[in-house]
Design a binder for this molecule. Structure first.
Ligand SMILES: *[C@@H]1O[C@H](CO)[C@@H](O)[C@H](O)[C@H]1NC(C)=O
Ligand SMILES: *[C@@H]1O[C@H](CO)[C@@H](O)[C@H](O)[C@H]1NC(C)=O
Ligand SMILES: *[C@@H]1O[C@H](CO)[C@@H](O)[C@H](O)[C@H]1NC(C)=O
Ligand SMILES: *[C@@H]1O[C@H](CO)[C@@H](O)[C@H](O)[C@H]1NC(C)=O
Ligand SMILES: *[C@@H]1O[C@H](CO)[C@@H](O)[C@H](O)[C@H]1NC(C)=O
Ligand SMILES: *[C@@H]1O[C@H](CO)[C@@H](O)[C@H](O)[C@H]1NC(C)=O
Length: 474
């Protein structure tokens, strides 16, 4: 899928956004400062595809957390869109790193990957109104929106402290399934496949223990709004808004993916029924197989029309509940956090790793072999951001869970919080672990990496090196 060109338009930065200079080196130091901001980036709606305006998750936000200590500065930014192209990242980071006067590695930028804010499939995002010459979006580019959010967060910085906690949430499932009837791989819940339930949260509070911001990771694809016919930031936004409204004030809750390349939500009924309603199929309320219904809309076998509002309301209600359940888990973790660090070191490093690439010559979705020719090398961004005894290793791609487990296992720091889809979006497509790579699912077939262990090994070893290097400075 492609981001339309208007997202890439290189507009001039508003002149009110002057570079940060005053606090570049706070001579006092020794005390963390942190601030956070949330900005509504919901695009102007096509008048023929208006929102319900009933659910929090109908809005799209960008959120930023900015922090500084001992003359070092960094930011965590999360945006509620499906994905972003490398060029969009490069444009955004040029503006943000310039504003903060830091290297690109000091900023960890991720998308929530909500499939309800995608350009493909949904009438909402396929219209001239939203990305053609008539586009009327509030921010000309994603970079402009990030810049405004970071500037606001920076301006709100106050003395702060951080800590990290982890727990579990049982809402996801492995999605690579061998259909026993056809003997072919397909996307469907595989309850015996590998799965990771870890929820992690990095919390920033002020010195009165009032939360300023939380940065949460969990591995679960927000796929249920895919092709839904309404703009949706899906369960991640429902989670973020629940935490923000519960903790009150200007508190900001960012969501990022850990290794979720092979995980879907356990429940898909409401999303599938909503798609069946777009296909004008009879719906009896029971669970239906997603793939054939999704395919009809995805591949334009049926006209793009809106679903019956009964089903979009069921979907949005269910996604809201999922967000609340994870949000409650996160609030419990925040509530039980006690070992606060007021003077964390801030450290970062990032670089590309490169593996051999291939080009696809067929276009089958799944369940059959793919055909390829050799191609050029594929870059994958890997990096790490250190914050005291917490480290955030990150990968600019969607990786499978066993790669995530190796990163965690080989990390020498206890508080390791893996972040994916960060600081660039590799052309690789999904990166499957060596054990899963032969499964003929859409993720592996569409991968532009030559099958083998190159990507897995280089991602894991580069991240281990960064973590060891950071640990040696502590
Ligand atoms: C930006 O940071 C560098 C050190 O990394 C410093 O030398 C320079 O003065 C800073 N520029 C501004 C405008 O603060
Ligand atoms: C410098 O740091 C101290 C201690 O955190 C803080 O109180 C003060 O506001 C900071 N000054 C500036 C100019 O940021
Ligand atoms: C589930 O996943 C495992 C591990 O990838 C695989 O061996 C097994 O065949 C899958 N089972 C089903 C029913 O798809
Ligand atoms: C393609 O690359 C593989 C190794 O990656 C090599 O063995 C093979 O000979 C190459 N094929 C062509 C046609 O260049
Ligand atoms: C990483 O690779 C991407 C894709 O090739 C490229 O656009 C980017 O400039 C590279 N970044 C660095 C820091 O090398
Ligand atoms: C890391 O965790 C292990 C096991 O819980 C513990 O024994 C060790 O002391 C911890 N190390 C640090 C540096 O906290």
């Amino acid at each position: 899928m492609r981001i339309p060109t208007s997202f890439l338009s290189w507009s001039l930065v508003s002149t009110c956004l002057l570079p940060v200079t005053a606090a570049n080196s706070n001579q006092t130091g020794g005390q963390l400062l942190a601030g956070a901001a949330r900005l509504d980036i919901t695009p102007e709606m096509n008048p023929n595809w208006l929102p319900l305006n009933e659910y929090e998750l109908e809005k799209l936000y960008i959120r930023a957390i900015v922090f500084e200590n001992n003359g070092e500065r960094g930011a965590l930014i999360g945006v509620e869109i499906a994905n972003y192209e490398q060029l969009v990242y490069e444009h955004m980071i040029g503006l943000v790193a310039g504003l903060l006067n830091v290297s690109a590695s000091s900023v960890v930028f991720t998308a929530t990957h909500t499939h309800g804010a995608a350009l493909w499939g949904s009438g909402l995002f396929f219209t001239e109104h939203n990305y053609g010459s008539q586009a009327v979006n509030k921010y000309p580019t994603l970079g402009d929106a990030a810049l405004v959010a970071v500037k606001e967060a920076y301006g709100k910085m106050v003395p702060a402290q951080i800590d990290h906690a982890k727990g579990e949430a049982y809402l996801n499932v492995n999605r690579d399934h061998m259909n026993p009837l056809t003997g072919r791989w397909t996307q469907f819940s595989n309850f015996s496949g590998p799965v990771d339930r870890e929820v992690q949260v990095l919390t920033f509070t002020n010195l009165n223990n009032t939360p300023i911001a939380a940065y949460t990771t969990y591995p679960m694809h927000p796929v249920n709004s895919y092709l839904a016919g309404y703009c949706s930031s899906d369960w991640p936004d429902a989670m973020s808004r629940w935490i923000e409204q519960s903790l009150g004030g200007d508190m900001v809750a960012v969501y990022s993916h850990s290794a979720s390349g092979d995980f879907n939500p356990r429940c898909r009924r409401t999303g599938t029924n909503n798609l069946a309603s777009i296909c004008r199929m009879p719906i009896n309320g029971l669970e239906l197989a997603q793939e054939p219904i999704e395919e009809a809309i995805r591949d334009f076998y049926v006209p793009l029309v809106r679903p019956d509002v009964t089903y979009i309301r069921q979907l949005f209600s269910e996604l809201t509940v999922v967000g609340i359940v994870i949000g409650e888990k996160v609030i419990r973790l925040i509530s039980s956090t006690t070992s606060w660090d007021k003077n964390p070191q801030i450290w970062s490093k990032q670089a590309n790793v490169t593996c051999s690439g291939r080009a696809r010559v067929d276009d089958a979705r799944e369940g059959v072999p793919g055909y390829y020719t050799n191609s050029t090398g594929i870059d994958i961004m890997t990096g790490a951001l250190g914050l005291g005894d917490i480290v955030l290793p990150h990968v600019g791609a969607e990786i499978f869970t066993r790669i995530g487990w190796r990163i965690m296992d080989e990390s020498t720091m206890n508080k390791t919080m893996l972040v994916t889809m960060a600081n660039g979006w590799s052309e690789s497509g999904y990166i499957a672990d060596v054990e899963s790579v032969a499964q003929e699912v859409f993720q592996t077939l569409n991968s532009l990496l030559v099958p083998g262990s190159c990507a897995e090994d280089k991602i894991v070893s580069s991240l281990s090196e960064y973590i060891s290097e950071y640990k040696s400075t502590l």
